[in-house]
Design a protein around this ligand. Structure first.
Ligand code: ADP
Ligand code: TRP
Length: 319
């Protein structure tokens, strides 16, 4: 089993990213024989077109990932833009990718509808993603539901390539969809997302986190009114931080009428306890540590990527 996934450096990580993506990925790393995690900085260029912002986001995300517990000894961690084989394979794959496949991509249509300019890069985004996956012979690709179609497109593209060139050069990957992962609600009750401005940042300082928690939207039930924990965003987030037993106890307090102000204070307390070790690790990490990890990751990733590209070049007649 070879696991591979990527994350775009496109903003501050939040609790939704942690419980929806980072934590399940850490579990995959623990189970896999080999895993690759990369910063999809070339993909980020389709939406982040500000050099200072992109550079900062790239620096932050690697330190955030290490602080979350990604072990560079177990997982190969690298930056997409440092391995030119990604774009080289993308081009070759684009020549076997039917236009119809790209035009059916839901994510492309969504992005354009949401005001992102319809560049050629945005259209061939899934071809770059296919190259990311196929370069490393990944067998399992853990992604959120929104990325499932892209992994299916990578399968289609790999099959097309193998058929056209009559050789099983590319490994057909499987998407691993995290069905069991709950959508983390944001401070306004909608899905937590940076585009809604309703996030609780993972590495924000205590003041920022306190402001987000104390500002969470609630209904108008007063202190002592019984509250249904299942309907409370505060409870839903708090539950993620607790054992089943502690969550059941807290649910009883909601039914007994805990005041929302106290429920928020409880959430803040549990959140800061949960985040403390992450924040402590993050504070100790330096740009030098990130550089070391990325350099080592690049070397390991590069040798695999070069091996696949050498085979692909031969098969298409460019060897
Ligand atoms: P955002 O919605 O803030 O832009 P991204 O789309 O960059 O977040 O998400 C990165 C990863 O985090 C994806 O795998 C996505 O499924 C996961 N994720 C984002 N928000 C949530 C959430 N509220 N609940 C669960 N998972 C989430
Ligand atoms: N497009 C993915 C996202 O936005 C990130 C990504 C790029 C990726 N290449 C990948 C994920 C390859 C898995 C495999 O979340």
């Amino acid at each position: 089993m070879r696991v591979l996934s990527g994350i775009q450096p496109s903003g501050q990580l939040h609790l939704g990213n942690y419980f929806g993506s980072i934590k399940p990925n850490l579990d995959h790393v623990a189970k896999a024989d080999q895993s690759f995690f990369f910063i999809a900085d070339l993909h980020a260029l389709t939406t982040v077109q500000d050099a200072v912002a992109l550079k900062q986001a790239r620096e932050d995300i690697i330190l955030d990932y290490l602080a979350c517990g990604f072990d560079p000894e177990k997982a190969i961690i690298f930056e997409q833009s440092q391995i030119p084989e990604h774009t080289e394979l993308m081009w070759i794959l684009s020549t076997v990718t039917p236009m119809g496949l790209l035009e059916r991509a839901v994510s492309y249509k969504d992005k354009v509808q949401n005001g992102i300019p319809a560049s050629a890069g945005l259209l061939i985004y899934p071809v770059l993603m296919a190259a990311d996956i196929l370069l490393y012979d990944a067998t399992h690709v853990p992604v959120g539901k929104d990325q499932k179609q892209h992994v299916e497109m990578a399968r289609d593209i790999a099959q097309k390539f193998n058929t056209i060139y009559k050789k099983d050069v590319l490994t057909i990957p499987e998407p691993v969809i995290r069905e069991d992962v709950a959508v983390v609600p944001g401070t306004d009750g909608r899905k937590m997302s940076k585009s809604y401005g309703n996030t609780i940042p993972l590495f924000g300082d205590e003041k920022v986190i306190k402001k987000a928690v104390m500002g969470m939207v609630t209904d108008s039930k007063g202190p002592n009114d019984p509250k249904d924990p299942e309907k409370s965003t505060i409870f839903h987030i708090n539950k993620l931080l607790l054992s089943d037993e502690s969550a059941a106890k807290l649910a009883e307090e909601y039914k007994a009428g805990i005041a929302y102000g106290d429920a928020k204070k409880r959430l803040l307390e549990d959140l800061m306890t949960f985040l403390k070790p992450l924040h402590e690790r993050r504070a100790k990490l330096t740009a030098k540590d990130a550089h070391k990890v990325l350099e080592a990751g690049k070397k390991r990733a590069e040798s695999v990527a070069r091996g696949t590209m050498a085979q692909v070049r031969v098969v298409v007649g460019l060897g």
